[in-house]
Design a protein around this ligand. Sequence first.
Ligand SMILES: Nc1ncnc2c1ncn2[C@@H]1O[C@H](COP(=O)(O)OP(=O)(O)OP(=O)(O)O)[C@@H](O)[C@H]1O
Length: 230
Amino acid sequence: MSTPPVIRAQDLLVGYGGEPVCAPVTFTLEPGSVLGLVGPNGSGKSTILRAVLGLLDPAGGTLEVFGAEVDERQVAYRTRVSSVLDDDAYFPALTVAEHLYLTARGHGVRGAQEVVDGILEEFGLAAHAASLPAALSSGQRRRLLLAAGFVRPRTLLVLDEPEQRLDRRMQDALAQRLRDERAAGGAVLLATHDPGLLRAVADAAVLVGDDESPLLSADEAADVIAQAPR
Ligand SMILES: Nc1ncnc2c1ncn2[C@@H]1O[C@H](COP(=O)(O)OP(=O)(O)OP(=O)(O)O)[C@@H](O)[C@H]1O
């Protein structure tokens, strides 16, 4: 039997209260690939991500993750899916290092201390390891959330505008991290407004829209973002 794609969305409709927020989307995400979601503010990118994460039921069409309907309560789902959404989802009373260590240990990472030390370095947080989130800058808090997404095992990584609030250097490091993720066989679904990130890491992108949501190449989608009226 062939292995199902990581995500298969067929005429997937997402929305609130049964009202779709965008045209149906159709895409598959295979292991070792990166798919972008692009489109203007409010077009529905985060809503699609929420459906993939089981935070919202589809309003129509088909959505399968690892060959099954999404049930985020299942261990088999939770152990394989890491996400970083557009919110400040950290523990306010834990230091940066404690937060990452708890996340790593909670997901059964072996040699967690060593893994956390490496991630702290990579995300430029080593000097802030003993800081509470409230004592971080907004970009540093963003780095912490991303670091938590990468410190645990995963097959599918779901990111909502990961470039937000990152300086140029960290954006480049993130792009390299995502290329490594893809090369290692990971699958990544990311919503982004950054044409550079899309060109650097994505294999394709869905242009989320009201009337249609076509699947484009990464370069085509990056051009659409870059040429969007300001
Ligand atoms: N909880 C909610 N209840 C009802 N409507 C919502 C809710 N969250 C978002 N919406 C609406 O759904 C639409 C799509 O929002 P969504 O957050 O998916 O857009 P987006 O493409 O991610 O935008 P952005 O680029 O600004 O992050 C918007 O019109 C928004 O107002």
